[in-house]
Design a protein around this ligand. Structure first.
Ligand code: SF4
Ligand code: SF4
Length: 97
């Protein structure tokens, strides 16, 4: 499997049948997006992330005057969506590609 790059959807054309479902999912790329101007900086998503890659920005301020959450390492994201499920304002989107 070392010839397969993470996120390479050609997997499905080159023999993904031999991979377990979990392996295929783990090779997919996840993208986390925060609608920053709707974030209130409560930090719940930061606590929910098992990979510890969500943080409250120290530099950005949104329109409401809050420091918004951000994902600091998209590559490390496993796409579990815990951050999105936890956010009380539903401002996080997790996509798998
Ligand atoms: S999807 Fe999961 S791993 Fe990725 S940022 Fe959200 S909580 Fe963390
Ligand atoms: S849980 Fe939602 S509102 Fe709270 S910091 Fe995270 S993205 Fe912002």
């Amino acid at each position: 499997m070392d010839f397969v790059k993470r996120g390479d959807l050609r997997l499905f054309a080159i023999g993904a049948d031999n991979l377990k479902y979990k392996e295929v999912i783990s090779l997919m790329v996840s993208k986390v997006t925060v609608d920053e101007n709707r974030c209130k900086g409560c930090g719940l998503c930061v606590r929910a992330c098992p990979k510890k890659i969500m943080q409250i920005s120290k530099t950005k301020l949104n329109e409401k005057g809050y420091h918004p959450a951000e994902c600091i390492d998209q590559e490390a994201c496993i796409g579990c969506a815990s951050c999105a499920w936890t956010c009380p304002d539903t401002v996080i989107t997790v996509e798998k590609e």
